[in-house]
Design a protein around this ligand. Sequence first.
Ligand code: ZN
Length: 397
Amino acid sequence: MKKYLRLILEVLLGLLLAGAIAFGYWSYSGKKHIQHELADATEVRDEAQEEVDKLAQELEEAKEKLAKTEPAAVQMAAMRGSFENGVVLQDYEAFIKSLKGPMTSERQLGLGALRMLSKGAEDPDTVSAFEKALEMAEWSSRLKSICAAQNALVAAGQKVKVLSDCAEAAEKKGHGKKHAHWDYSGEMGPQHWGDEFPTCGNGQKQAPLNIVGPFEKSKDVLTVNYKEGPLKLLNNGHTIQVNVEPGSTLKINKAVYNLLQFHFHRPSEEQIDGKPMAMVAHFVHKSDDGKLAVVGVLLNEGKEHPLIKTLWDKAPRSEGPEVTVAGVKINPQDLLPASLSHYSYEGSLTTPPCTEGVTFYILKTTVDIGKKQVNDFPFKHNARPVQPANGRKISAN
Ligand SMILES: [Zn+2]
């Protein structure tokens, strides 16, 4: 299920194309009965073509609108709900069949994305829809979309011939660093994230924050119940991330959130009274209805931490796919302090696309990590600067 979600994220959050297609579908859906009438008549080809052109234009507009307004996480939750029963897919297939124009790579890609959302990545028809999209691709104009389709195929375990094209494109853009569309310094540093990811630049509830009083009283009670599980490590080029199998939960009052992963920043992104700590661990949770909650554990220089030792020993030093460490089990809870009293605020992902609607709980109690352990973390500086509060209140308990 987690793999499935990640695939969806790849398509939806990575490039928004599937979203645009679906949005187009939704606009189309509203006019469906009109189009059926058109199809019934025999001498309406021109009008049908106009309709198609209009739809194409709407797709473009929807794409822009989508990029500006809809928080990606909300889109994803809404889309998943409507796609999982397969009805949208059937309708979209029928719609594509009814089109008089040529089958474009975008339509084919939309079909693939919908198939993935409806049936999962392992469905053979999903794979063939993406493969067809790849065959039809116009490389120059749609490279990003095609790369996403191709990456989805790779993730579904398919061998794809065109991998080098995408790798090359990513490399050019990222000055030799694979997949890097953003960085923590230089031309692609935080000041420029907004160029490619609008919310990073114009969002009003961005994270991290400088945590400074006066505080409101937090009414949220946190209950953590993390489970021991296999160690899965990922160096994604921006951080070390530990992926967690389903079953570890955070309760915020009565609402249940599942722990997806935790990862690290050096120094801590959050500041307390203007000062960062040596590092922070972000525990990323998601509720079944798609809400995100991050628990931040501030890491202070002090005595060595055994779990950090295990992680650092096994963590890939350079970017690459997730590795499962054979024979090693960890419990993420070992990195939490005993007390869960916290500072809390509404924020965003602290990395592009900086999606808002993320609730942060920064624990007041810090956890020790050895000085050498701080220095051994493969990323020297991977912290986004603090963001304007814009009137947001920070609560504490
Ligand atoms: Zn983080």
